[in-house]
Design a protein around this ligand. Sequence first.
Ligand SMILES: CSC[C@@H](O)[C@@H](O)C(=O)COP(=O)(O)O
Length: 382
Amino acid sequence: MFPYAPFCVFWFLDGGKYYMKIDNVSYRSVWVDADDGWSVHIFDQTRLPWSLDILRLTERDQVAHAIRSMQVRGAPLIGAVAAYGLALALRCDSSDAAMERDAALLAATRPTAVNLAWAIRRMLTRLRLTVPADRVAAAYDEAGRICDEDVIQNEAIGRQGLELIEEIAGRRPGPVNIMTHCNAGWIATVDWGTALAPIYMAHDRGIDVHVWVDETRPRNQGASLTAWELGRHGVKHTVIADNAGGHLMQHGQVDMVIVGTDRVTRTGDVANKIGTYLKALAAHDNGVPFWVALPSTTIDWSISDGVKEIPIEERSGREVTHIQGRDEGGAVTAVQLVPDGSTAANPAFDVTPARLVTGLITERGRCPATADGLCDLFPEYV
Ligand SMILES: CSC[C@@H](O)[C@@H](O)C(=O)COP(=O)(O)O
């Protein structure tokens, strides 16, 4: 068995079909192999920005491992990859019992991003109505639809957010300075991204945008993924220590903040990567607009109190005690930051209360982070 293919540009898609381009080759963040028609491909995000490796996933357990270890990450993308994981599992056993077991296993790989549970639920809704003999084909079809819809939604989010950037750019000369936290770009979704989609659109339309990229300790998704994405696309950006945000806001160097999210309550509370709450507090204190970009698949309509009800993932303390980087010889290595014997706590997400959120940018439009605001855009869920 040869589950991992080294990076090679074998998945060439007709130019311009997808937004994400790496060295002029168009990609999505997850795809089914064109030759065998069933194996699932992702970029190994634990290797970025140092190396661009494609992983070929052929079994349920490889998918579960990829999600847990954050080879794939970002709320919409883990939902899409888990959907394909169920398709892979059904290739081995498409009985009712196996399907329910495999779905539960995949849904439990990470707790906070609600897109994961949503995608598995959606797969089961269709597959429970499908006879076992037809389930594999139905599963690939449904996973493909989830991916296609994610792309459409993110592009729409981009258009909605673009209006905000255009409005700032029209007010005065000079760059529009946008701060973001973690990575909510195309590598966190199937394509486009959520928080970064408006930024890419603004850049492509010739608007002068500059992004303050929070490094996003402990796993540094900002420094390693957002900076990489923006750099590939030619978007001006500056990586900052997470603690620098408040200072920059106090000195008028931030026009707006846009972040993604892993789960939004029906009342507009926002769970996102740890540290987002502190950015929202600083933005509130300095009158800086704080926007959250999300597809509706990230809304958890069943809960109202984010602080009490959103499960917060606790990850290994080693992500705090150690840091990975490239040494001067070019080797990627991890080094210890803390004294021997010091322990570390690592809550991976926090909740920003709705009162600190200027508004939500969704595929259906922008709205206040309130139950009424969400209800106006998505009346069918209420
Ligand atoms: C479009 S991705 C939105 C969020 O999922 C993102 O901001 C985030 O917090 C990702 O966390 P991660 O732990 O890297 O999966």
